[in-house]
Design a protein around this ligand. Structure first.
Ligand code: PLP
Length: 375
């Protein structure tokens, strides 16, 4: 398979898609899905038409899980679950399992829109405490360990590793006492870099940024955390049900799991794993930030330099008029979906794993050219 969207095999008419999510998928994966969609070789039917209990899908699910386990070196101390409900359901499932009805307190680091939304849902489930909130600086950074203190008896410490809307990213895990489970929303950076899973209690991500199509959410959970749910919690909400039933407590999103498995395989086999992916992602991000830094009067970066996201590059232009012109001219140059989230405005270039270097190069050239003509 080949990693670019512009090679001779690619479907014609595809532009460089900087959408924040659902986002670009690797073209070779889409092509393989297309080829196998009508009839999965040897199965006599489309994967979408097969029982989730049958051997064909069971093998696909195990293969997807196995590939993710291999990429991160995940031990058997963790369950890897494929759930529905997106990241949003995890905002509720985590506190429902870990603090509902038990009087414990969960602590939150609020570094942008997604952590804030997760906090709002957690408040409905039990005691929560915000130990850091970056709102006074309009969410342009993440805290250092000396900026907050985690209680030794906290039910968990929650953070979002990459704030997709503001474009700020944790370079390393927050400081967390050994006895406190670290919980992470990695929706927009899972599979983009290596991580030490052993540092986490729960790490989860919806798939539609970096890992596949919308409809499946990967939850990596330390097995000792499966036993904390209140007995009257809804069945679907209870992690243990999913872990005990191989993510088949009810019908899983079979198509999305299939596609996610293929993305994971592309990453392992074609890219060469998470370290190789990280290197590519760092180079891509640097290319765009270098353009921003060499036109400081013109491109106004949102995040402070040390906390810049490698996935979502956010910046503004000197006026709304120029902003509109930028988006319009970029689109005419086949650079799509660059408009920032309505809550912070500006431009957001999402450059997840599947964005080829050529796409970043095309955007960087466009930006340089646009600045020289309009600056
Ligand atoms: C996209 C995103 C979400 C929301 O995901 P849904 O699947 O729509 O619930 C949550 N957190 C982060 C970091 C995201 O990027």
């Amino acid at each position: 398979m080949n990693a670019t969207a512009t090679d001779s095999n690619a479907i014609t008419g595809r532009v460089f898609n900087f959408s924040a999510g659902p986002a670009a998928m690797p073209a070779p994966v889409l092509k393989q899905l297309q080829e196998e969609l009508l009839c999965l070789p040897g199965a006599g039917a489309s994967l979408m038409e097969l029982s989730h209990r049958g051997q064909v899908f069971t093998d696909i699910l195990h293969d997807a899980e196995g590939t993710i386990r291999a990429l991160y070196g995940i031990s058997d101390d963790y369950a890897v679950l494929f759930l529905q409900g997106g990241a949003a359901l995890q905002f509720s499932m985590i506190p429902a399992n870990l603090i509902r009805g038990n009087g414990k307190t969960a602590q939150y680091l609020v570094t942008g829109s997604w952590a804030k939304k997760a906090l709002g849902e957690a408040k409905k489930e039990g005691n929560v405490e915000v130990i850091y909130d970056a709102k006074d600086s309009n969410y342009d950074h993440v805290p250092s360990p000396s900026d907050y203190k985690v209680r030794e008896d906290a039910a968990y410490l929650y953070h979002c590793s990459n704030e997709t809307i503001q474009g700020v990213q944790f370079g390393e895990e927050p400081a967390c006492p050994a006895g406190v489970p670290l919980v992470c929303d990695a929706s927009s950076d899972l599979l983009s870099r290596p991580l030490e899973i052993n540092k986490y209690g729960i790490l989860y991500a919806c798939a539609q940024k970096n890992a596949g199509p919308a409809g499946v959410t990967v939850v990596i959970i330390r097995r000792d955390l499966l036993d904390h749910a209140p007995a009257d919690l809804a069945g679907y909400m209870t992690y243990k049900n999913h872990a005990d039933n191989d993510s088949m407590w009810n019908t899983p999103p079979t198509f999305a799991v299939w596609a996610l498995g293929k993305v994971a395989r592309w990453l392992a086999d074609d890219i060469g794993g998470l370290e190789a992916m990280q290197k590519i992602n760092e180079q891509k991000a640097k290319r765009l930030y270098d353009v921003i830094d060499s036109h400081r009067e013109f491109y106004l970066g949102h995040a402070k330099a040390e906390y810049r996201s490698k996935m979502n590059v956010t910046f503004n232009l000197p006026s709304d008029e120029l902003l509109g012109k930028f988006v319009k001219e970029a689109a005419a140059n086949e650079l799509a979906s660059l408009k920032g989230h309505r809550s912070i405005g500006g431009i957001r270039a999402s450059i997840y794993n599947a964005m080829p270097r050529e796409g970043v190069e095309a955007l960087a050239s466009f930006m340089t050219d646009f600045a020289s003509k309009n600056g």
